[in-house]
Design a protein around this ligand. Structure first.
Ligand SMILES: NC(=O)c1ccc[n+]([C@@H]2O[C@H](COP(=O)([O-])OP(=O)(O)OC[C@H]3O[C@@H](n4cnc5c(N)ncnc54)[C@H](O)[C@@H]3O)[C@@H](O)[C@H]2O)c1
Ligand SMILES: [Fe+2]
Length: 385
């Protein structure tokens, strides 16, 4: 075992309830004369953007607003946003929303300044930059995209591909829990499970797990597991919402440095082919992947049991690992979203294609504590059909 590691994150993170009112000043601090907000229509409709726009109006600072981001952003939407930013002469990009808006904002900041064809930068470290100054404001808790060097795009062949580059860390991440109070319960549940999976998969990541990512993952899981039921019961509970937002950010910091694995690899084909929201697709495959990984991750899952079931004593590491898996399985089962693949339109005839596509996500599968074959992937999908 080595203690060597490397760790990177967003250089400036601010958590401040109500802090969105400071966005005009933060943008000005990055030199903004023509800032542009990248977001989706759902956020405008639900009123999340209103206080932000009011703050820009109060500051007398004009701001362009692009609202056409779609969930699991297709390539065409990313490129249309880049064109809009270029036409507007945008000089600072502000991503406001869930992972879809923040991931699009990252690529806009990157590609406006330094044109490269999007397919040429899928993969790790292929972007040249420089990028425009970038502020990220998450409104789900969540992807942690505000502190990751990753953008996930849906290709015309329905694959989800990632651009991974340190250029994608924003200059500033602003966490304002007041923007998350109206997030509907099913989205709160799915995005919260996504964040928990980031913490779990970072903690069990095979190659780059390290002292810093471990500490972040444990605290993330503590906050997320401890507050999930509270935010589902009462979405306006600002303390619980703040804890979830902080938990998702810490989990993002962890998995940005100790990457996610089989849960995400098996979730991607569900998003790509069936448009299952990212968090829900993770939730569907999480329990069977935990069971599958248990022989290779018993000790680590036992350590996570200590976090989600504080104060409980277990007869053995096996019993603790089982208790952790049961805790996660029960958490998923009581969430207000679909529980089976058939509920999201998948049939038995689709499983082969899903398994084939999951095997293509080698970038993530290589981090899994236990090697996954195509037959394993098929069996995992089949178990939750
Ligand atoms: N970059 C990364 O590191 C990373 C990590 C995980 C996932 N992702 C990607 O992120 C995307 C998923 O992001 P997501 O799960 O945050 O969902 P999302 O961004 O797709 O948003 C889901 C829905 O919730 C709505 N919404 C968001 N915040 C709201 C609020 N506060 N109030 C009311 N409605 C709100 C949106 O309008 C949208 O309709 C996927 O494309 C996924 O692949 C990226
Ligand atoms: Fe995720």
């Amino acid at each position: 075992m080595t203690l060597n590691f490397s760790f990177e994150t967003t250089p400036h993170v601010i958590q401040e309830t109500g802090g969105a009112s400071r966005l005009p000043a933060l943008a000005a601090g990055l030199g903004a004369k023509a800032p542009m907000i990248v977001t989706d229509a759902g956020l405008v409709k639900s009123g999340v953007l209103a206080p932000v726009l009011a703050a820009f109006a109060a500051a007398g600072q004009p701001v362009e607003v692009f609202t056409d981001v779609q969930a699991d952003p297709p390539e065409a939407v990313v490129l249309a946003t880049v064109d809009a930013a270029r036409a507007a002469g945008a000089d600072v990009i502000i991503g406001i929303g869930g992972g879809s808006s923040m991931d699009t904002a990252k690529l806009v900041a990157l590609l406006v300044g330094a044109p490269q064809a999007l397919p040429d930068i899928y993969g790790i470290g292929l972007a040249h930059g420089p990028r425009l100054p970038l502020i990220q404001v998450p409104t789900t808790a969540g992807t942690g995209s505000e502190v990751t060097p990753i953008s996930i795009v849906t290709t015309p062949t329905h694959e989800k591909k990632g651009v991974v580059s340190p250029l994608l860390y924003p200059d500033i991440a602003l966490l304002d829990a007041s923007l998350t109070l109206g997030l509907p319960a099913p989205v709160t549940a799915a995005t919260g499970i996504d964040a928990m999976v980031h913490a779990i998969e970072a903690y069990t990541s095979k190659h780059k797990k390290n002292a810093v990512s471990d500490a972040l993952a444990l605290q993330a899981l503590r906050l997320l597991a401890g507050n999930m039921d509270r935010v589902i019961a009462d979405g306006t509970d600002v303390d619980a919402r703040s804890a979830m937002l902080q938990g998702s950010m810490l989990a993002g910091m962890a998995f940005a440095n100790a990457p996610v694995a089989a849960v995400h690899a098996l979730a991607y084909p569900l998003g790509g082919h069936f448009h299952v929201p990212h968090g829900l697709s993770n939730a569907l495959v999480l329990p069977p992947v935990l069971h599958f990984n248990k022989p290779a991750a018993t000790t680590l899952y036992a350590e996570l049991a200590g976090v989600v079931l504080p104060g409980q004593r277990f007869a053995s590491a096996y019993a603790a690992a089982d208790a952790f898996i049961a805790f996660m399985q029960e958490m998923v089962a009581r969430m207000p979203f679909a529980q089976r693949l058939t509920d999201v339109g998948v049939t038995e005839a689709d499983l082969e294609r899903l398994a084939v596509d999951a095997m293509k996500v080698e970038r993530l599968l290589m981090n899994n504590p236990r090697p996954v074959t195509q037959a394993d992937a098929f069996a995992i999908y089949q178990s939750v059909l």
